[in-house]
Design a protein around this ligand. Sequence first.
Ligand code: SAH
Length: 221
Amino acid sequence: MDKQPDIRGIGMTSPRTRGRLVARLRERGISNEILLDVINGTPRHLFVDEALSHRAYEDTSLPIGYNQTISQPYTVARMTELLLEEGTPRRVLEIGTGCGYQTAILSGLVEKVYTVERISALLDRAREHLKTLGVRNVQFKHDDGNLGWPERGPFDGIIVTASPRHIPAELLAQLEPGGRMIIPVGTDEAQHLTLVRATDEGYETEVMEKVKFVPLLAGRS
Ligand code: SAH
């Protein structure tokens, strides 16, 4: 008998499976209904290796190769909620595309996403995933995200999904007044989600909960 080509999707995409993830995020305090709706509509199993797809709707990070991970859904939701808290930004810069899951969530919420990844193989994969989903409002760049994307800036939202010891000056410079940046700052041992608001006078910084991200590295590979 022929193997069923789409077998990996069966069960994974069932409304019940995804509904459970959204219920879990609600329980943990995520309350932005538009965001929860987008998460509910985004097939996370397409972003992970087939061997792990049965775990795609657990609230956990998973390996994606090259020593990197797909972020935990709660973390993606929390960072996105913080980014949107005082109004939805129009143009968002994302540093650390990875497999493109966070990119996909953002693309469903804002007008335009600019995403930068230093590992070209991951960027290619993310591009494919988003194409499969029919996403058209994302531009990709293979570069060191410490530099941001000056040719496309300034941005009214910046989200960084790898952790630097200090906030890169280039990213601050590309945040427009009124804009917000969410970034996990710290060392391997202790990182904190940090919210930066750009004002006409300068920057306001708020240090929030502890998180665990891979380090923001320098250069490309
Ligand atoms: N946003 C992803 C999380 C990816 S993990 C998700 O939705 O799951 C963090 C990613 O940041 C990795 O892919 C890593 O290669 C990338 N990264 C680390 N340092 C970087 C840098 N300087 N510039 C761009 N990307 C970087």
